[in-house]
Design a binder for this molecule. Structure first.
Ligand SMILES: [Zn+2]
Ligand SMILES: [Zn+2]
Length: 746
């Protein structure tokens, strides 16, 4: 019998492999297959050397991927043959911090099943302990200050492990081997209030500010109308929907309709808020006027413990911030911002390195449609279609994010909120410095929106770095192309629909048909422009847009239509608006599709004033009667005039708002379909911009394209709204800078 061949190989694993229990996984497999060698983390990921029989080596390689820890995301595995060294021991090398980190920092991870079992087991030493974690789960991004990921680089450095915890941490066979946030009731972080007291307070209908993994949440019983209404008054947020946390899928199904893909999203490791069709069992105050509800499942041990201790089965769980300010992350901010609004504070003493809001997603045709990419996703890099030098893109104004690029990675930050005041600008800068530190990345180029007044753009202009300004809708197109893997020289036809973006002609764009690629765009067609009367006021008050559209179409303002009734009831100056439109006082032309949706919502009496972005469009989408098969027709030049005439006629004829909304949605989709057929010339059609958060419109447009065999691209990794803008800016900025002769060293 021939003796088994022995060999030694070196493996290199890249991707999301640090802080997810990968080294212990390797160690256990090495023991199982009797291999000698070593494993370590370095700035590029995990390196492994193993030696043993050829059979054992191949079994090891199979198991390495097949049994990888649930949170690991192996992007590449490369192998190199080495000469046998006769090593029979297997050891773990301690991290070294030299070199440039190229690893993915893990997002915060949802509490794993084993940890859940421990906190529920009265004989376990972690019974009832809300900071339980292991190498498979727990906080990551929000506690890491720098790489490599070791306890000393996290905010856990201030807690000294007790003997038991240290034993686990050092034992390669233990689930907590090198679990950096490892802690127990004897040595780890503590809550400022007992679980029992928190649960009793919630049951009494009190409002709590509870410090979680990425910041404070405002928490209360979602079934108590009066409590939720009190929270709304305190937060000065009358209609923006609150997210609701439930214990499990079963509880989610009691509140909303949940299909297979939505169940996977809810129950998956990222634990986003998922927008679902509501069953209408929660009070209207949770999501006023909406037929949807945003649900998420428990994700920290504290959440699980609250429900098992008897907390109400549906909890409002919304970011604790006053309107316009970033999520509160530390005790001082929380108490100063929220005093008077909450009945009790629940603090803990594990610091948050960077705050991170909950993510929000929808499901579209069995795929994720991100609306806000934040906790659970950030800062996992987006794989870029081509190599970029170290570059920073600062995003827009609404739904701010920033993107740091290097090599083939684009690190998109968490949601930063509306960048319209100093506090959010500070948050933006803090997150940027943190990500630069984590990735040891010094940008050589900055990309921004050309808008004269965006704070992010102003910051970029003053940064001293070479600057490339990227037109807003060009950036939307590029972000959709990039996440779909379209290469440097690719072209697409963009149907880019949103609320507003600064156009090349200094008007407000938003209903754009663009052809181009990363290098540049051609504006082939757009929604016929109408005056935007009074800028911001027209955005906040859709009735003004409705009247502007009617005026532009040469139509009267009959006294019985809802926008006119609204203005008269509120004694708002209709004649002043008419004078403003006729004399073009403080008006700017806009081709915005978002404003067209606002205007139709107003004319149907669905919404006259908005509190949050896209509110009118959301209401118009939900009122649509799906059984209606009719459609309106835009005029030549994407002119909405004929649509307005038809709507006025339908209103006078008592056609229901549901039917009108559906006919309007279909008219938009049919016109876009026709424009796509006319202009695509074999190119794929990229659908981007905030209007595509509307799944009814998205479905109708996609159906039009499919019916004519036109390939299309949609968003699955980054939001179609301005939250995805920074990724597109990055791609365009790099290509333009390099092609215009600017060079930046990689
Ligand atoms: Zn765990
Ligand atoms: Zn301990």
């Amino acid at each position: 019998v021939k003796a088994a061949q022995r060999g030694r190989i070196r493996l290199r694993v890249t991707g999301g492999v640090q802080g997810v229990g990968f080294r212990p996984h390797v160690y256990r497999l090495a023991l199982r297959y009797r291999l000698g060698g070593l494993v370590g983390n370095d700035s590029e990921g995990v390196f492994i050397e193993v030696e043993g029989s050829d059979l054992d080596l191949s079994l090891f390689k199979n198991a390495l991927q097949a049994e990888a820890p649930p949170a690991a995301d192996i992007q590449r595995l490369s192998e190199q043959t080495m000469s046998v060294a006769g090593q029979t021991e297997f050891r773990i090398i301690v991290s070294e911090s030299n070199g440039i980190p190229r690893v993915a920092v893990s997002p915060d991870l949802h509490c794993c099943r084993e940890c859940r079992e421990e906190i529920a087991n009265p004989t376990n030493r972690r019974f009832g302990y809300p900071f339980t974690n292991c190498t498979n789960c727990g906080p990551r991004y929000t506690i890491i200050g720098e790489l490599p990921y070791d306890r000393a680089s996290t905010t856990m450095r201030s807690f000294t492990m007790c003997g038991d915890c240290a034993g686990e941490y050092q034992d390669p066979a233990d689930r907590r081997f090198h679990a950096q946030p490892n802690a127990c009731p004897a040595c780890g972080p503590r809550l400022s209030l007992s679980l029992t007291a928190i649960v009793e307070s919630l049951r009494r209908g009190e409002i709590l500010a509870v410090k979680g993994v990425g910041g404070y949440h405002l928490v209360c019983d979602a079934r108590r109308e009066a409590t939720v209404a009190r929270l709304r008054r305190g937060k000065n947020r009358l209609s923006k929907p609150f997210a609701v946390m439930v214990q499990d899928l079963e509880a989610a199904r009691r509140l909303a309709f949940v299909n297979q893909h939505q169940a996977e999203l809810l129950d998956g490791s990222s634990r986003p808020v998922v927008l679902l069709q509501s069953r209408g069992v929660l009070p209207d105050a949770v999501a006023p006027g909406l037929s949807t509800v945003g649900l998420m499942l428990c994700y920290t041990p504290l959440h699980y413990l609250l429900f098992s201790e008897g907390a109400p089965d549906a909890l409002v769980m919304t970011s604790a911030n006053q309107s316009g300010l970033p999520i509160a992350a530390e005790e001082r901010e929380a108490t100063s911002q929220l005093r008077g609004l909450v009945d009790r504070f629940v603090h803990h003493d594990r610091s948050i390195e960077v705050p991170c809001d909950d993510s929000v997603v929808r499901s579209f045709r069995g795929q994720t449609l991100p609306l806000r990419r934040s906790r659970g996703y950030a800062p996992f890099p987006i794989e870029l279609p081509f190599i970029v030098p170290p570059t920073l893109a600062v995003g827009g104004q609404m739904k701010g994010t920033l993107c740091l690029g290097r090599g083939k990675q684009g690190v998109l930050s968490q949601h930063l909120g509306e960048l319209e005041n100093l506090q959010t600008l500070h948050y933006f800068q803090h997150v940027m410095e943190h990500l630069k530190q984590l990735y040891q990345l010094t940008p050589r180029l900055v990309c921004a929106d050309p808008h004269p007044n965006y704070l992010s753009s102003r910051w970029a202009r003053e940064s001293g770095l070479p600057l490339v300004e990227v037109q807003h809708h060009h950036a939307h197109l590029a972000s959709c192309m990039a996440e779909n893997g379209l290469g440097r020289d690719s072209m697409a036809l963009g149907i880019i629909l949103d609320g507003s973006g600064y156009g090349e002609d200094r008007t407000v764009w938003g209903g754009e048909i663009l052809r181009g690629g990363y290098r540049g765009i051609e504006r082939l067609a757009h929604l016929k422009a109408v005056p935007l009367p009074g800028g911001d006021r027209a955005v906040k008050e859709p009735w003004r847009m409705a009247l502007s559209h009617l005026w532009s179409a040469g139509l009267e303002w009959p006294s019985e239509i809802p926008p006119v009734r609204h203005a008269n009831q509120r004694e708002l100056p209709l004649s002043a608006l008419k004078i403003q439109l006729e004399n073009q006082i403080n008006t700017v032309p806009t081709s915005s599709m978002g404003r067209l949706f606002d205007a139709v919502a107003s004319l149907l009496g669905v919404c006259q004033e908005v509190e949050y972005e896209a509110q009118a469009a959301v209401l118009l989408e939900q009122v649509a009667d799906h059984a209606e098969t009719g459609s309106y027709c835009f005029g030549p030049g994407f002119d909405p005039g004929p649509v307005w005439e038809a709507i006025i006629t339908d209103l006078a004829g008592q056609t229901s708002p549901g039917a009108i909304s559906m006919r309007f949605h279909r008219a938009v989709a049919k016109t876009l379909g026709a424009l796509a057929r006319e202009h695509h010339e074999g190119l794929p059609v990229a659908l981007s911009g905030g209007v595509f958060q509307n799944c009814l419109l998205l479905e109708l447009v996609v159906a039009e394209l499919e019916a004519h065999g036109i390939a299309f691209l949609t968003h699955r990794q980054v939001p179609p709204n301005d939250g995805g803008l920074s990724l597109g800016q990055l791609m365009v900025g790099v290509v333009r800078y390099q092609e215009e002769g600017g060079t930046v060293c990689a």
